[in-house]
Design a protein around this ligand. Structure first.
Ligand SMILES: Nc1nc2c(ncn2[C@@H]2O[C@H](COP(=O)(O)OP(=O)(O)OP(=O)(O)O)[C@@H](O)[C@H]2O)c(=O)[nH]1
Ligand SMILES: [Mg+2]
Length: 458
């Protein structure tokens, strides 16, 4: 499988000005040579555009194309690769693909070009996955995270950790050799320092996943509170669109209503929900059920309190849902500040001291920018995606969590004077988990799972 020559359309399905078809493998030049009129591909100068016509299996001209040859190993896949730019009709694309297959190429599986790049050592697994993320990124922040990883910064970091772990292992094994004589050879304090350093570094990476994952898929923000507090008005304001019906009748919104917006380089998904109250209306109750589900799913909760409405029921409601709200990053909004009504004095008794509260008005716009600033800060401030690695991939996160558990055991072991060979076993486990991230330790099954999520032609 590794030694055949594969081909696929690399541009998206559909019609375009041009389309690009890739051909990669040891027979790329000779396959093109069979179907090409123009300078013989066998004499192609690498990285130079060559004009020529591709003829179908019946020798009927299909299109005049431009081919660029990337000579192994200086290509993306590490193999001889040709990229053919043709006119972007779907017929031409299909015909050229069919022609190349008739001449001996095989149609590529999803992600097979990148898989070959990995197998040929051009990139490691984190870089391969970052390429998929780069293609999927729809916001500046998601793009920054992926771009940093395609450049190999995460890989460098893992390599660094690996070296430190090996150093730790060899220090310990030195101690192991002398254990017969009951000598603690290595300086335990130096060992603890090194292990602590490694633990901190791994933890910073695992901590970053909460941000990375949210940035990658977009931040979902639930807007909740009692009826008539101004939730739908706020949604419309944030979305810059008349998405939800606004009225002074309590219980206007039933279904959850979503609006997406790209703000400050992040993708947001704002979710307006039904006002929460006790009601006998069965449809409204269904809406309230949906609202409660959103509260447990959202990445961020905006909880609205309207001081111009009776406050006691609103404070009871807040009290009842406080543990759900506090399980997620949140912000309490006191709405309709333009009405100039004072803040309910009991609020501070219910809310823990560190709870962020903001006065806003959808009418005047007061506080709206601040809402975005606070949410953005929550997910972005702690990390700079252009400068440091942010974990945005569940597979990496899981492996690093395992590594973190093992390094905690190492630290405990050092603390409690545990046997060096037990500690060494944990260190080897960490090395294993880090190896699965970069792909130095892997199985064909894992690779198939990863690359099957790629698009064809990548
Ligand atoms: N003065 C003022 N009125 C507002 C503001 N925001 C909303 N309102 C009014 O408050 C009423 C209720 O607004 P909605 O946005 O429908 O409230 P809601 O929370 O979505 O209500 P339900 O869908 O019934 O739960 C409407 O009459 C709005 O015009 C504000 O900032 N200032
Ligand atoms: Mg509403």
């Amino acid at each position: 499988m590794k030694h055949d020559t594969i081909t696929a359309i690399a541009t998206p399905p559909g019609t375009g000005g041009i389309a690009v078809i890739r051909l990669s493998g040891p027979d790329a030049l000779s396959i093109l040579d069979k179907v090409w009129t123009g300078t013989s591909p066998l004499t192609f100068i690498p990285r130079t555009a060559h004009l020529g016509t591709i003829n179908d299996p019946k020798d009927i001209p299909v299109d005049q194309t431009v081919a660029i040859y990337f000579k192994a190993p200086a290509s993306f896949t590490g193999e001889d690769t040709i990229e053919i730019s043709c006119h972007g009709s779907q017929f031409i694309q299909r015909q050229i693909l069919h022609t190349l297959v008739s001449a001996g190429a095989r149609t590529a599986q999803p992600g097979e070009f990148t898989r070959r790049a990995f197998l040929n050592g051009k990139i490691d697994l984190t870089q391969a996955e970052a390429i998929a993320d780069l293609i999927a990124a729809s916001s500046q922040a998601a793009h920054d995270i992926a771009l940093t990883q395609t450049k190999g910064q995460f890989s460098d970091e893992l390599r660094n950790l690996r070296e430190q772990l090996l150093q730790l292992t060899s220090l310990l094994e030195l101690e192991l050799d002398f254990s017969e004589e009951d000598v603690q050879f290595a300086d335990r304090k130096a060992l603890v320092n090194l292990a602590t350093h490694i633990r901190n570094r791994i933890q910073r990476l695992t901590d970053s996943y909460a941000s990375g994952n949210v940035i990658k898929k977009g931040i979902s923000v639930a807007i909740a509170g009692a009826p008539n507090t101004g939730k739908s008005t706020l949604l419309n304001h944030l979305a810059g669109d008349d998405k939800a019906i606004v009225s002074d009748i309590p219980g206007t919104t039933r279904d959850t209503i979503e609006a997406t917006a790209s703000i400050n380089g992040l993708d947001f998904r704002f979710i307006d929900t039904a006002g929460l109250r006790h009601t006998n209306d069965s449809i409204e109750n269904l809406g309230i059920g949906r609202a409660l589900t959103q509260l447990t799913r959202a990445d961020f909760i905006l909880w609205l309190i309207d001081p111009s409405l009776p406050t006691d029921p609103q404070l009871d409601l807040l009290r009842n849902h406080l543990s759900t709200i506090r399980a997620t990053p949140h912000l309490i909004l006191l709405t309709k500040s333009d009405l100039g009504i004072t803040v309910p004095s009991n609020l501070n008794k219910i809310l823990p001291q560190d709870t962020p509260i903001l006065r806003i008005s959808a009418l005047t716009g007061q506080g709206i920018d601040e809402i975005i600033r606070i949410i953005t800060g929550k997910f972005l401030n702690a990390y700079n995606p252009r400068q440091e690695t942010i974990i945005a991939n569940a597979r990496h996160y899981e492996a690093l969590i395992h590594a973190q558990e093992s390094i905690e055991r190492v630290l405990n072991g050092l603390d409690n004077g545990l046997n060096s060979d037990m500690i060494s076993a944990d260190l080897r486990e960490i090395l294993h988990h880090l190896g699965t991230v970069t792909g130095s330790i892997t199985t064909p099954d894992i690779l198939t799972t990863i690359f099957s999520r790629f698009c064809i032609g990548k």
